[in-house]
Design a protein around this ligand. Structure first.
Ligand SMILES: C[S@@+](CC[C@H](N)C(=O)[O-])C[C@H]1O[C@@H](n2cnc3c(N)ncnc32)[C@H](O)[C@@H]1O
Length: 230
């Protein structure tokens, strides 16, 4: 069943340009069944859709970043996943992953020599300074992912912080923009999707939406959130 959208809400087919309801039905089922809560990478919980992870792998392989910045570590599974891909590519890189709650982060992520696990708020000035420092040490392409507090106001603040730190061609994923009826949890309130919309309204041209990437596997937890810095 497709969750009805409130009047006026932007209705997007999960495959852009397609009226086939199957991807949205699958998205609603996948999210509601909690598959993403029981997914792991190398035994570490990773709160993601697996098709989004495959898309990350393709983006990372094309971009070959020297720096990955993740807001929202949780158990560390996603940071470990990025490290596995970049190790496989043989890159000299660093990952910065930031979370306010350090207690549940798996030792594998903490021990990985290329992952910096930092306890801080994603929107703090310390985080911005840390990213700037790593940018100068690891010059080259950067991949960033916003996956911490999903309230619209917080994600908007993250966008304000991260955008000036990204260079043209760098890649940004704004996660969980599927909340607030896009298409899951219609009563969530403004979330990542609305934050991206408002940021792009105020800063037209800051990013290009990577719609082909978004549409590739039929559904994504990050609709409208696959962005290339212009
Ligand atoms: C959805 S989880 C991250 C999932 C993880 N990236 C993964 O894929 O497995 C969100 C995390 O954001 C953290 N968080 C909440 N507010 C934050 C903030 N202001 N700054 C940094 N992290 C925050 C939470 O503690 C939580 O661990």
């Amino acid at each position: 069943m497709i969750v009805p959208k409130p009047p006026g809400t932007h209705v997007r087919a999960e495959v852009i340009g397609s009226s086939d309801p199957a991807p949205t039905d699958y998205h609603v089922w996948y999210y509601g069944a909690g598959v993403w809560k029981s997914t792991s990478w190398l035994g570490v919980r990773t709160l993601k859709s697996v098709s989004d992870m495959w898309n990350y792998q393709e983006v990372l392989t094309e971009l070959r970043p020297r720096l990955v910045v993740e807001f929202g570590t949780a158990y560390g599974g996603s940071a470990l996943y990025f490290a596995s891909v970049l190790d496989g590519l043989g890159l000299d890189y660093r990952i910065l992953t930031v979370d306010t709650l350090p207690g549940r982060i798996d030792q594998q992520a903490i021990d990985h020599s290329r992952i910096d696990v930092v306890t801080a708020s994603s929107t703090s000035s310390e985080t911005a300074a840390h990213i700037s420092q790593l940018r100068s040490l690891f010059a080259g392409p950067m991949f960033a992912i916003l996956d911490s507090d999903h309230s619209g106001a917080h994600v908007r603040a993250e966008l304000e912080l991260i955008t000036p730190l990204l260079a043209s061609g760098d890649y940004l994923v704004v996660e969980d923009s599927n909340l607030n009826g896009h298409p899951v949890m219609p009563d969530y309130g403004p979330g990542p999707y609305e934050a991206v919309e408002s940021y792009l309204a105020d800063h037209p041209g800051a990013y290009r939406r990577d719609e082909a990437r978004e549409a590739k596997f039929g559904f994504t937890f990050a609709p409208g959130g696959w962005l290339v810095r212009q």
